[in-house]
Structures are given as structure tokens and as C-alpha cells.
Design a protein around this ligand. Structure first.
Ligand SMILES: C[S@@+](CC[C@H](N)C(=O)[O-])C[C@H]1O[C@@H](n2cnc3c(N)ncnc32)[C@H](O)[C@@H]1O
Length: 278
């Protein structure tokens, strides 16, 4: 399927921001996904806090209406969060949610900005994270440009954590669908999934070391995108009760044994560390 151009992608997100406001639906059709993503980020933050202390400076690029920053700020109350998104309506919704959650101090701030043109000082964050943001840049080279910019905003020994969709595990998921007679799905036209063959070798050139890749959502995605359609005339049903149950089990098993459920999720968590001169 053809990927949209950058202006069409921006229009898509503005449209969802206007339509859905503070609702999670502004950024995903899958509410269970969000619980698993927040759990994955929280688990990834813990060893960094052990190493660097609790008062971390954390940036989310492409923060949407603020769901991640607000949830994670409750789990890590001593950290400070900045969320940036290029859609003003997303930022306005994030601020509204922050106020309704009674988070009134400057510990969580939301601002408008584009990952490709970030007006932030160099080397100023302990953690930068993305969650399905960089896949909205429609080529490998634009994604690499964004990662280079983000690397420049990390302190030495800071961490870049990216939950992004992968062409390779999406391919595995489609192979699982085809093995039981379901047709392959295609990515949304506003997304360009990570091409690991070009992206992973690029990371060291911008001072990033890939620590690991966690497959944190395989069980959930196999149930949602393969098993439920098998029982449901080929249709995905985000509200099916077994998806909720799979979410709980997925979180419990990921916590005990990360990546133990195979590589079938459409998203992966790429954990990188800034490693200048190392
Ligand atoms: C799938 S949503 C995810 C939102 C949020 N990360 C979450 O997980 O709840 C992707 C977000 O990235 C934002 N985005 C896309 N391209 C961007 C860019 N070039 N710069 C900043 N934000 C961008 C969109 O506006 C949208 O809010």
C-alpha cells in the first residue's frame, strides 16, 4: 500500500486529535495496547532509575494527548516529563488531561514541536522515548534523521527507548495469519514501519548502542489479530473479552520473562544507549 506524504500524515493526526480530543482513541484503536506499552516503558525505566537515581529528565516525542507521560508520571513521581507533539490539538488535549488528573506542577509539561526540528538544548535528557511516532516519518532516511536529532538531545549515557512497529515482526504475524488461512493485513497508509536491516546498522553512526529489542506484545497481538479473527469471520474485534485476558497474561509473563512469547507483535521496544567515544 502507498504511504501518505508528510502533509497528509499531519492532516490525519490533526483530524484524529480534533475528533477524539482527550480520548485514547485519538492515538490508537486498541485500548489494551496502551496498558501493555505503559508496562513495557515502566519496566524499562526501572533499571535506569537504579543506575541514575529517581530525578530523571524524560522526554516523549510524539506524545499525542499525553497518556504515556501522565501514566508514567504517576508511577515515577520524582521524574520530570516533557511531552512534545506536532499537532497543537493533541498538545491542548494533553494539557486538559493533565489538569483533570490534578497534575498541576511543572513536573509534566506539554509543548508543540516536530521531531525533525526540535528546539531543545543539546544533551539535556536522561531518557527520550517514542511510542508509534517515528513510523509516521514516511522513509527510512527521515526516520534516521529523527533518531540522529534525538541522540543529540540525550545526555552522555542517556537512553533512547523506542516502541515502534517493525516490518519483520509484522511479517511474522502475517505469516501466522496465513498459516491458518487468514489473509495478510497491511499497515495503515500513514505508517512506514521500521526496516531493521537499514535502521539497526545506522544506530552506531549517531552514537547509539542497541542494548536489546524486547518483543513485549506478542501474545496480545496473536490473540487480537489471529485467534479472534479465526473465531470471528476474519474480523479483528478490539473489544473481545479474550483480548483483555490476553493483555493481563501478556503483562504478567513479560514481567517474569521478557520476550519469552516469540516475535509476533507489530510493535517492539528498541532499547538504545548513547555511547559517545565508546
Ligand atoms: C500513534 S500516536 C501515539 C501517541 C503517543 N505516543 C501514545 O502512545 O499515546 C503518534 C503521535 O505522533 C505524533 N507525530 C507524528 N509525527 C510527528 C512529528 N514529526 N513530530 C512530532 N510528533 C509527531 C502524532 O501527532 C501523534 O500524536
Amino acid at each position: 500500500m502507498k504511504t501518505m506524504d508528510l502533509e497528509e500524515i499531519r492532516a490525519h493526526w490533526q483530524n484524529w486529535a480534533v475528533q477524539y480530543g482527550t480520548d485514547l482513541r485519538a492515538t490508537t484503536k486498541t485500548s489494551t495496547l496502551k496498558a501493555i506499552e505503559v508496562d513495557a516503558f515502566a519496566r524499562a525505566f526501572c533499571p535506569i532509575i537504579e543506575e541514575k537515581g529517581e530525578a530523571l529528565k524524560i522526554l516523549e516525542i510524539g506524545c499525542g494527548n499525553g497518556q504515556n507521560c501522565l501514566s508514567l508520571s504517576r508511577i515515577f513521581p520524582a521524574a520530570s516529563f516533557m511531552g512534545i507533539d506536532f499537532i497543537s490539538e493533541m498538545v491542548a488535549a494533553a494539557i486538559k488531561l493533565k489538569v483533570s488528573n490534578q497534575i498541576s506542577d511543572d513536573r509534566v509539561v506539554f509543548r508543540e514541536g516536530n521531531v525533525l526540528d526540535l528546539d531543545l538544548p543539546k544533551a539535556s535528557f536522561d531518557i527520550i522515548f517514542t511510542d508509534r511516532c517515528l513510523i509516521n516519518l514516511n522513509s527510512d532516511s527521515l526516520q534516521q534523521q529523527a533518531i540522529k536529532i534525538l541522540s543529540g538531545k540525550l545526555k552522555e549515557d542517556g537512553y533512547l527507548l523506542m516502541i515502534e512497529n517493525s516490518q519483520s515482526t509484522y511479517g511474522e504475524q502475517n505469516a501466522a495469519r496465513e498459516s491458518v488461512g487468514l489473509p495478510p493485513r497491511a499497515p495503515a497508509e500513514f505508517n512506514h514501519f521500521f526496516n531493521e536491516t537499514t535502521l539497526l546498522p545506522f544506530l552506531p553512526s549517531v552514537g547509539l548502542k542497541l542494548l536489546d529489542i524486547e518483543d513485549f506484545i506478542s501474545l496480545h497481538d496473536l490473540v487480537l489479530y489471529v485467534l479472534v479473527p479465526m473465531l470471528n469471520g476474519g474480523q479483528v474485534d478490539y473489544e473481545h473479552p479474550i483480548v483483555e485476558a490476553a493483555t493481563k497474561l501478556n503483562i504478567a509473563l513479560s514481567s517474569a520473562r521478557p520476550s519469552s512469547l516469540g516475535g509476533y507483535g507489530q510493535n517492539r521496544l528498541y532499547r538504545c544507549r548513547k555511547s559517545v567515544n565508546k
